[in-house]
Every structure is written in structure tokens, then in C-alpha cells.
Design a protein around this ligand. Structure first.
Ligand code: MN
Length: 219
């Protein structure tokens, strides 16, 4: 079974962009519910996967929609929390160069990222991703869809476009949320490590592996 990973910071650490109240619902209720349903579906199917990535890829391949949705949402949320930080970070080194090369600069990347998120109809995610050669692009995915099933791209950062991510703090102002989010919360140090992975210099981030047997009982 998969455990709900703790947030890498206190619930109030991302204020004012995302409030303590939002994170208490978003992590402790929404994210937790995806993990709970994922575990129930795996148990019912008698599956004991070795990784969440494996669950996502096999569920996508087999057309197991409910399993895919809950597994992918579990992955997306853990990645989302990991790719944010309350510390102020800046793109540096090769990441800075890649942003300049692909977008012209950080301001242009922000404009592209916000426009993609605002233009995305309904629920989903907006990603900054790297291709194998290191070229960057912005892309949105619908609902639970993620990039795990695409072997040739590596996500650097992501922002949650579901209303539960911003409605308590920003109501219907998705644009205002995305602008504030982009200025304050991306973990550019994490993004730089993911870019190095995209270029084959290291391993990309993976979701924590499932715990089994007695470890799961004790959790
Ligand atoms: Mn969410």
C-alpha cells in the first residue's frame, strides 16, 4: 500500500498564496482520498506493485480509468508539494540558460505558464517540462493526466489547476493565483535537478515506493 507522504513544510508555510486552510483540505483531505481509493483498488485487484509509476503506466495501458485517475492524482500531488518551497529560489546555471534559450527569459516563461493555465478549460495541471535534449516547454493536462506515461519528457514544476487548489484563497481568480504562485512558490533548485535528469546526468524524481506487510500495518 501507498502512504500519504507528509508535506515537506508546515501547512501554513505557503501563505499567503496558499493558506493553511487550503493545505489542510488539499493535502489532508483531497490528496489523502486519492491515496485511500488507490489502495482500495489495488487491494481489491490483488495487485502488489513495486512503484506508483508502474501502477500509472499499466493502468493507462490497460484502460483502467479509475485506477489510473487515483494513482496519477496521488503522484501529481506528491510531485506538486515537492516542487514547491517556502524558501525564495531563483533559476540558476543550466536551468537559467535553458529558460533563456526556450522562452527568452523568466518573465516570458511566466507569461506562457500563466496563459496556458488560464486557457486550460476545467480541471487539470500546468507543467514546465524538459525534453531529453534539455529543451523546455509548457503544457497542460486534463484532470488526472500526467507525464509519467511519456518516457521522453521530464516534469520540472507543476501547478494544480483544480478549483480546490485556489478557490478558498483566490475564489474564481485562476490568473491571480497562477501569477502569485509562479512568483513565490516554485522550487527552482528541484527544477534544476529534474533538468539534469532529463539530460541523463542523474535520476529523475520518483514517488516514494509502497510499504508492505507489517510496515503498512504500523503506519
Ligand atoms: Mn489538487
Amino acid at each position: 500500500m501507498f502512504k500519504l507522504p507528509d508535506l515537506p513544510y508546515p501547512h501554513d508555510a505557503l501563505e499567503p498564496t496558499m493558506s493553511d486552510k487550503t493545505l489542510r483540505f488539499h493535502h489532508d483531505k483531497h490528496h489523502a482520498a486519492y491515496v485511500k481509493t488507490l489502495n482500495e483498488l489495488l487491494e481489491k485487484a490483488g495487485k502488489e506493485p513495486s512503484s506508483l509509476e508502474e501502477v500509472i503506466i499499466e493502468a493507462a495501458r490497460g484502460g483502467e480509468k479509475k485506477l489510473f485517475n487515483n494513482a496519477a492524482q496521488a503522484w501529481n500531488h506528491t510531485f506538486f508539494w515537492t516542487a514547491m518551497t517556502p524558501r525564495k529560489t531563483e533559476p540558476a546555471g543550466e536551468l537559467f540558460d535553458a529558460i533563456t534559450q526556450s522562452f527568452g527569459g523568466l518573465d516570458q516563461l511566466k507569461a506562457a505558464f500563466v496563459a496556458e493555465g488560464v486557457g486550460h478549460f476545467g480541471s487539470g495541471w500546468v507543467w514546465l517540462l524538459a525534453e531529453k535534449g534539455g529543451a523546455l516547454s509548457v503544457k497542460s493536462t486534463h484532470d488526472a493526466e500526467d507525464l509519467v506515461t511519456q518516457a521522453d519528457v521530464t516534469p520540472l514544476i507543476v501547478c494544480d489547476l483544480w478549483e480546490h487548489a485556489y478557490y478558498l484563497d483566490h475564489q474564481n481568480d485562476r490568473k491571480g493565483f497562477l501569477e502569485a504562485w509562479f512568483d513565490a512558490l516554485p522550487n527552482w533548485d528541484f527544477a534544476a535537478a529534474q533538468l539534469a535528469a532529463a539530460k541523463g546526468q542523474s535520476a529523475a524524481w520518483r514517488h516514494p515506493a509502497p510499504v508492505s506487510g507489517s510496515a503498512a500495518q504500523a503506519a
